[in-house]
Design a protein around this ligand. Structure first.
Ligand code: SF4
Length: 421
């Protein structure tokens, strides 16, 4: 079986607005279990699990948690639910279909690290998520899973929702913190990292929705057992947002180590009308575009680094042979040109130039010099920008240069022949 439903096991089994439904299916029992452990014992389990952040960067969650736990005084937990990466919808599903699980994950995280207050930063377009999470917060408070002396323990923690206004860059940790503080969403220079100096300079632990939802699962089976799920390089399950030219688009939960091809064909049913797959974009608009020959690769962060990419937030966007490569990367670069916050020049000006260069390929007017400029500019943006937007946006160009060189060569040759096919 390709799927393994752990974080999604209650989907469509419960009414997401009824806390009793959640409680009847094991809900909050892992918070109760965690409260019987010491905070450092909970962190030991998370460390043993080798859980990695599910928001895109894929770093070990325990490293961030441990350094945050070492901080004293007032500190904050933030759940990043600003899911702005095109092609991703997993966090929306988690919030809409099992919102109490998000609350439970945040509570376990706060208990393990000594935080007292939390925010869920949800993109404003996700109105159903906002409504369901607000209801989950209210019900959890009413039943003493949030607030002071949770379940009659010494642990107190509460959560407030904040709405994002749709800026892609606010998915980046510091831009999100700036936005939480009521300022325009722009990143800050690191270090210090948020775990030391975040929201109004207080230590702040930021994790993605899916990352928090893994914590009850880890407490349930233990860190060692969790590490056995997945591959040698990444443990646990991954939520995949599958879209594009597939018969069965949707959200799937698979163990790390599942191949991309199995997700597309065994879960997604392959392409409609059995057209050939021309390319697949991984992670979202900022991810690598790969050809059909690479689809037997495992879903696994370490492997993806071969093209300086990661599984990111977990999107798989399938494109059949009716699509033009340059149309796709043009649309992506227009998106990033629009979403650039303008703080760094290579990102602010560079994306506009990338769009213009790609347009030359679209109309068969590109020369070898344009190709060289496109490559070097993409690399400069990747190497010199401050935040994840600029550091990852050129990946789709650089990966297509590597995996689809014939597409570039064909357009350049067409111009050389004076437009003769
Ligand atoms: S890389 Fe782009 S979005 Fe990020 S800080 Fe620089 S200008 Fe802003």
């Amino acid at each position: 079986m390709v799927e393994r439903r752990e974080l999604t096991k209650r989907f469509d089994q419960i009414n997401p607005e009824q806390i009793q439904d959640f409680l009847a299916l094991d809900g909050f029992s892992m918070l109760e279990k965690a409260l019987k452990m010491t905070p450092s014992e909970v962190r030991d389990e998370i460390r043993a699990s080798r859980l990695t952040g599910r928001g895109g960067a894929g770093f070990l969650t325990s490293i961030k948690m441990d350094s945050f736990a070492a901080e004293t005084g007032k500190k904050y937990i933030v759940c990043n639910a600003d899911e702005g990466e095109p092609g991703n919808f997993k966090d929306r599903y988690l919030m809409e279909k099992d919102p109490f699980q998000v609350i439970e994950g945040m509570c376990i995280s706060a208990y393990a690290t000594g935080a007292q207050e939390g925010f869920i930063y949800i993109r404003g377009e996700y109105q159903t998520s906002i409504k369901r999470i607000q209801n989950a917060i209210d019900e959890s408070r009413k039943h003493h899973y949030l607030g002071t002396h949770i379940l009659q323990s010494a642990f107190s923690f509460d959560i407030t929702i904040r709405q994002g206004a749709g800026a892609y860059v606010c998915g980046e940790e510091f831009a999100l913190i700036e936005s939480l503080e009521g300022k325009p969403g722009r990143t800050r220079v690191k270090p210090p990292y948020p775990a030391q100096e975040g929201y109004f300079s207080y230590p702040t632990l930021i994790n993605n929705v899916e990352t928090f939802c893994n914590l009850p699962f880890i407490v349930r089976i233990g860190g060692d057992a969790y590490r056995q799920i997945g591959s040698d390089f990444a443990s646990g399950t991954k939520l995949i947002s599958l879209s594009g030219n597939v018969k069965h688009k949707g959200l799937y939960e698979v163990p790390y180590g599942t191949t991309i091809r199995d997700v597309i064909f065994k879960l997604g049913g392959g392409t409609p009308n059995h057209r050939a797959i021309k390319m697949v974009q991984l992670g979202g608009a900022c991810g690598a575009i790969i050809p059909d020959e690479l689809l037997d690769m495992d879903i696994d962060n370490e492997r993806f680094q071969i093209f300086d990419s990661k599984m990111g937030a977990g999107a798989i966007i399938v494109m059949d042979d009716s699509h033009d490569l340059f149309d796709i990367i043009h649309r992506n670069m227009e998106f990033f040109a629009h979403e650039s916050c303008g703080k760094c020049t290579p990102c602010r000006e560079g994306h506009i130039q990338l769009v213009k260069l790609i347009e030359k390929f679209i109309i068969n007017e590109a020369s070898q010099k344009d190709y060289d400029t496109l490559r070097s500019l993409a690399q400069v943006i990747h190497d010199t920008t401050l935040c994840g937007l600029g550091q990852t946006s050129p990946t789709c160009i650089l990966s297509t240069m590597e995996f689809f060189p014939e597409e570039y060569n064909r357009r350049i040759a067409y111009r050389k022949r004076g437009g003769q096919a």
